[in-house]
Write a protein that binds this ligand. Sequence first.
Ligand SMILES: Nc1nc2c(ncn2[C@@H]2O[C@H](COP(=O)(O)OP(=O)(O)OP(=O)(O)O)[C@@H](O)[C@H]2O)c(=O)[nH]1
Ligand SMILES: [Mg+2]
Length: 272
Amino acid sequence: MVLLRAGGRSAPPLAALAQVLRLEQSRRTGLLFPLQKLERYLAPGTDTSRFRLFQPGLPALQRAEELFKSGRDHPIDYLSSAVRMAHAPALALPEVCFIGRSNVGKSSLIRALFSLSPEVEVRVSKTPGHTKKMNFFKVGKYFTLVDMPGYGYRAPQDFVEMVEAYLQERRNLKRTFMLIDGVVGLQKTDHVAVEMLEEFGIPYVIVLTKIDRASRGLLLKNVLEIQEYVKEKTQGCFPQLFLVSSLEFSGVHLLRCFVAHVTGNLPTVDTS
Ligand SMILES: Nc1nc2c(ncn2[C@@H]2O[C@H](COP(=O)(O)OP(=O)(O)OP(=O)(O)O)[C@@H](O)[C@H]2O)c(=O)[nH]1
Ligand SMILES: [Mg+2]
C-alpha cells in the first residue's frame, strides 16, 4: 500500500487551472473537455447533443477550483471511515459518493480532485480491493465526499452491507458518481450496479476513468456504447458522460465543477 498525500510536496503539473490555461488551445480543450475532443472523430451526423450538456465557462471552473483548495478558513480533511451506516458521520452537508468496480480508479480520482490540498490523504493501491471502508472527506462547510469500497473483487459482501445500505439510506446524498474503466468498458457487474441505482431511484452520473490508457478508437467505442446504454436503459443517469485521467488531469477540472454544481455550490453555471 502506498500512502500518498493528495499533492505530494507540490501539486502535480496540470492539477491547477492556471497551468492548463498556459497550454495551446487544442491541448487545453482536450484537457478541460475530453469528451468534446472526441467529437471531431465521429462519423458525420452522429448525435452529439449529449456531449455538451454541462459545459461551464472559465469563471465557473475557477470558482469550483477554489472550493477544492484548502485554506485557513476553508479546511479540507479526511473526516472518518465507516464499515456500517451506523458509523457514518451524521452530517447534513450535501454529499457525493464514488462507486465502481474494484481497481477502476475511485481513490485515484478523489486524490486528483484534492491535489491542490496537499494535506488531504487519500489511500491508493496497486492491489484490487484496497478500499475496505467508506471514507468520508469534508470540504469546508460546503459538502462531503465519500470514497467507497469497490465491487466485483472479493467484495460482494462488503458491497451489499455497506454500499447498498448507504445508497438507500443516505438522505443528504446529492449524486452518485459511478466509475467505469475507459479501457475495458461496461462489465457485467457494472450492469448490476446500474440496475441497483435505477431501482433505488437515485440520481447518478457515469465517469469513464484511465482515459490516458485507452486508444482513441477504443475510447470512442466505449463512449458510444455506454451512451447508447444510458439512453435506452436508464432514467436516473445524467445523459452526459464524464471522461477522466487522474494521471494527466484530463477531465478533473470539469469534474470539480460538476461536483460543485450538484452540491449546490455553483448556483449559476455560465456556459462557454
Ligand atoms: N494510467 C492510469 N492509471 C490509473 C488511473 N487511475 C487509477 N489508476 C491506477 O489504477 C489502480 C487502481 O486505482 P485505485 O484508485 O486504487 O482504484 P479503486 O477504484 O479505488 O480501487 P478499490 O479501492 O480496490 O475499489 C492503481 O494502480 C492506479 O494507479 C488513471 O487515470 N490512469
Ligand atoms: Mg479505492
